[in-house]
Design a protein around this ligand. Structure first.
Ligand code: SAM
Length: 286
């Protein structure tokens, strides 16, 4: 009988998520985190950081669609984009589909995540070394925005890990204030905003929303399905100095880009901001 191999992520102390895998492709401990790549039948190739699911071939489209397209349907004139994190390359791949975008700076603290994604996960990483608009910086995103000139980017996409380890600094007032400073007067910030379901994720969601709301005049939250993240119910934050993601939504302009998307669409854009009552209550009573 062939031995079965299972990857298990504790979503809480009493709720675990497991995926049967056929092969462990590679593992490496970097100065920042432990990187492990697996091959599975159900989710294809996937990788984890410090044991937590990051990206897999099967459901990456949900996350990378929803981090990339919402802002482009609000301000289709976005030209300069900053990605913080995003080492797997999926966010850079998706936002680079807009030929009107002129510059994509991607600041990833751990170069090994990029290099290993290019080797084992070309589905997400395939644009990183063949689009001249994409500039890779291997440094801390917090320091990058702190040292960057002000009033520069139209869009910042924070595709970070959870607020533990290297990702912790990306959920601070210092970081959000510097994002505000380096964004233009009509700038938009999209951030990985955790989840309303399990208590730990709820706590982080409330904390980051509270800080973003105190930093940006417009701070909204939208939801999407992400099967392999704890509870499958995940969120992004939409913050802006000028735009409201619903009243300034320009579906007819976005449709003209002619992009075929597998998760995002103009109807879903509106629906994603229609949150369950318990989530609205959590966000309003942080
Ligand atoms: N989609 C995944 C999620 O929601 O958890 C995250 C994708 S990507 C793998 C997250 C990346 O953030 C990692 O490659 C990690 O190295 C990077 N990261 C964490 N802290 C960072 C920091 N302070 N500056 C830049 N990149 C950071």
């Amino acid at each position: 009988m062939k031995k079965e191999n299972w990857y298990t992520e504790p979503w809480t102390d009493e709720c675990h998520f497991s995926i049967k895998y056929e092969e462990k492709l590679y593992e490496e401990q970097t100065p920042f985190q432990k990187i492990e790549f697996f091959k599975s039948n159900t989710f294809g190739t996937f990788f984890t950081l410090d044991g937590l699911m990051m990206v897999n071939e099967k459901d990456e489209f949900c996350y990378h669609d929803m981090i990339s397209h919402v802002s482009m349907a609000v301000n289709p004139d976005i030209k300069k984009v900053l990605i913080i994190g995003g080492g797997d390359g999926g966010t850079a791949r998706e936002i680079s589909r807009y030929k009107t975008i002129e510059q994509i700076d991607m600041v990833e603290i751990d170069e090994r995540v990029v290099r290993l994604s290019q080797k084992y996960l070309p589905l997400t990483a395939n644009k990183l070394d063949n689009d001249s608009r994409i500039n890779l910086y291997f440094e801390d995103g917090l320091a990058f925005v702190k040292n960057h000139e002000e009033n520069y980017y139209d869009l910042i996409l924070v595709d970070s890990t959870d607020p533990v380890g290297p990702g912790e600094g990306l959920f601070t007032f210092d970081f959000y204030n510097n994002c505000y400073r380096v964004l233009k007067e009509d700038g938009i910030l999209i951030n990985q905003h955790e989840s309303p379901y399990f208590e730990r994720d709820q706590r982080e969601m409330k904390r980051s929303h509270s800080k973003i709301k105190q930093t940006f005049p417009i701070a909204k939250v939208y939801q999407f399905h992400q099967t392999t993240y704890p509870s499958g119910h995940w969120l992004f934050g939409f913050a802006s100095k000028k735009y409201n993601p619903l009243t300034d939504h320009k579906p007819e302009v976005w449709e003209k880009f002619g992009l075929k998307t597998k998760y995002y669409n103009s109807d879903l854009h509106k629906a994603a901001f229609m949150l369950p009552t318990y989530v609205k209550d959590l966000l309003n009573n942080e």
